[in-house]
Write a protein that binds this ligand. Sequence first.
Ligand code: PLP
Length: 395
Amino acid sequence: MARQAGRHFLQIPGPSAVPDRILRAISAQTIDHRGPAFAEVGRQALSGMQSVFKTKNPVIIYPASGTGAWEAALVNTMSEGDRVLMYETGHFATMWMKMARKLGLEPEFIEGDWRGGADPERIEARLSADREHAIKAVCVVHNETSTGSVSPIAEVRRAIDAAGHPALLMVDTISGLASIDFRFDEWGVDVAVSGSQKGLMLPPGLSFNAVSETALEASRSARLRRSYWDWEDMLGPNANGYFPYTPATNLLYGLVEAVAMLHEEGLDHVFARHARHGAATRAAVRAWGLEVLCRRQGQESGVLTAAVMPDGHSADAFRATVLRHFDVSLGNGLSKVADRVFRIGHLGDFNDAMLLGTLSAIEMGLGKAGVPHRGGGVDAAMAALDGRQEAPAVS
Ligand code: PLP
């Protein structure tokens, strides 16, 4: 293939593009992870992640993808045959549910239509009916990366409390953390799961559990087998900035840099920036005459937008056109919505000009791929970014 000039646009909803500052931090020489210089790196990474999760509780860092931290959340707290209440927000919620089943748990899946986040009322109703407290955990995906819908985590906690139920609250915020507000302590989350390759702007390879006192207590009597994922083994050496086995040293350098960058910008500014880019992207999608997959108002994601293709048109063929002509990678539709939607990632180290470049490539790509649409999507996005009223689309 001939060389393509200019920067590739990695507009999938994670991994997100890694900023140069983080790449430089990662490129430092690897040091002895049991030597004296490492302890400061370990301590900064661990306390930095507490600030991002907004918790005073321990955060565990695994050299693993997000799937590993999903498994860690379950095997540290649950016993064979335990019932867990999970909510079908999309592909990732479904994968977590299947993992729970494989591990010998009994997941109960509240069916969803993949077009919005979890409904706290349905969770409360199910928990209220569970008088014997057979359900040991409620598991919810904060930002469902397959659909672009956000679940209201604080309201899910209120639903659990309103039902007077002792179930643990476990939240997958793999693609939510550091892009959408997340408050581990204030929202009463017991185990949060996250990963490095989304809002944290790092390459893939690190994942996290934030762990409440209640979850730690549960881990002492939980009987699922665990070894690599055992929180207890981590917490001892972590207290001094060390790890029980070889950590991903260079990714930890990057993590320390990433946390510094997030605080330099200000977490609230980071969240507002993502929300603004989400709104501008939805304005573009609607102006093109396409449907946004998330249709529950107020639950649309600032991390990504999934756009529904017109009937009879392949989302994957369209994405291939955009990649070929513009060197822009868009996210594919997963499982139930494969080839039916394309996903625009607008997360991580991202600004207005990058968003407008992405949307321009999509608008031109729709034309090149012969997808029926209206023009004016980029104009609508610019109006939204400018805070101007979106001009109503003319059909
Ligand atoms: N959960 C969510 C919400 C995700 O977006 C992803 C990955 O994109 C995962 C879980 C799985 O994480 P990983 O692919 O890092 O194992």
